[in-house]
Design a protein around this ligand. Structure first.
Ligand SMILES: C[S@@+](CC[C@H](N)C(=O)[O-])C[C@H]1O[C@@H](n2cnc3c(N)ncnc32)[C@H](O)[C@@H]1O
Length: 271
């Protein structure tokens, strides 16, 4: 797995500088710097009252959402394995005057690296696709929570991830479950934000996890499901045909196409 993680980390290190420029406005950094809450509408509506809660944000990238959660009153820790992301997060925290702790390391090492337990574990958009082993991941989530603590997750819906749009047609392209030792290898010259700047370390490795694997991993780690919601929007253009919803940087399928679940969110509580 180390070779896969190393390739992914190198790729993410490069993306940080591109994302910080926010040339296409996907990260809404100008609004964030102006003090505006830039959480996407789904998590903004579902995360609830976090005032005074100890919260850990796993795979926090350059920390914009971690700092947004801190502005909402949580005492935040962010973790990411990209040194460039963690350095940028610390700089952003100082720049906007919002304190948070940022820890560099692999998700799978998070409990040992962080050494604390939390009221909330928070994971959003484009996180679990970088992880080969969901049972170990769910155990990490459980280990980071205090008893009664809650886990919040919002992600792309696994039922649409096997599909690709090729020559205008959306059709099945990948298996619905990716074996841990045979990840999907991709070479992309640019990032999903649509910025023109190119990446040198193009190779990445990802995994598709069915919803049953996600839920069973969490249940197996001792978490109890509070809710599972499905949504017809995503914060990125998974297929070229997708159109902006007009709210919060989200995208939906165009008019005339069947309405499909494009994302899901859940909350689970540690017994
Ligand atoms: C799409 S971003 C997640 C964005 C996040 N929702 C946010 O708040 O901006 C994916 C992040 O996962 C991180 N990552 C990928 N694999 C990881 C791993 N095994 N351990 C820790 N971080 C990882 C990457 O460095 C990247 O910052």
């Amino acid at each position: 797995m180390e070779a896969f993680f190393e390739a992914n980390r190198t790729n993410w290190d490069e993306r940080v500088a591109i994302h910080l420029k926010d040339a296409t406005g996907v990260y809404r950094l100008a609004e964030f710097r102006a003090g505006i809450d830039t959480l996407h509408p789904i998590e903004a509506a579902e995360i609830g009252d976090i005032e005074g809660k100890r919260l850990v944000h796993l795979q926090c990238h350059f920390g914009k959402d971690t700092l947004t959660l801190a502005r909402r009153g949580a005492v935040c820790t962010g973790l990411d394995f990209s040194p460039a992301a963690i350095a940028a997060a610390r700089t952003l925290s100082a720049e906007v005057g919002v304190p948070a702790r940022f820890v560099e390391g692999n998700v799978y090492d998070a409990p040992a690296l962080i050494g604390e337990r939390f009221d909330i574990v928070y994971v959003t958009w484009g996180a679990i696709n970088w992880l080969p082993d969901l049972k170990r991941w769910a155990q990490v989530v459980a280990d980071l929570l205090v008893p009664g603590g809650r886990f919040y997750l919002v992600e792309s819906h696994p039922s649409i991830l096997p599909f690709e749009q090729v020559e205008g047609v959306i059709r099945p392209h990948y298996d619905r479950r990716t074996p841990a030792d045979r990840p999907l290898a991709t070479d992309e010259q640019t990032s999903y934000t649509g910025a023109a700047e190119t990446i040198r370390s193009t190779r990445t490795y990802e995994w598709i996890h069915p919803i049953s694997d996600i839920l069973n991993a969490l249940i197996g780690a001792g978490l109890r499901l509070d809710f599972l919601n499905e949504h017809e929007e995503l914060p990125y253009r998974l297929y070229p045909c997708m159109v902006p919803t007009g709210t919060g940087g989200m995208y939906r399928l165009p008019d005339g196409m069947p309405r499909l679940a494009l994302s899901f969110s859940l909350q689970a509580t540690k017994a």
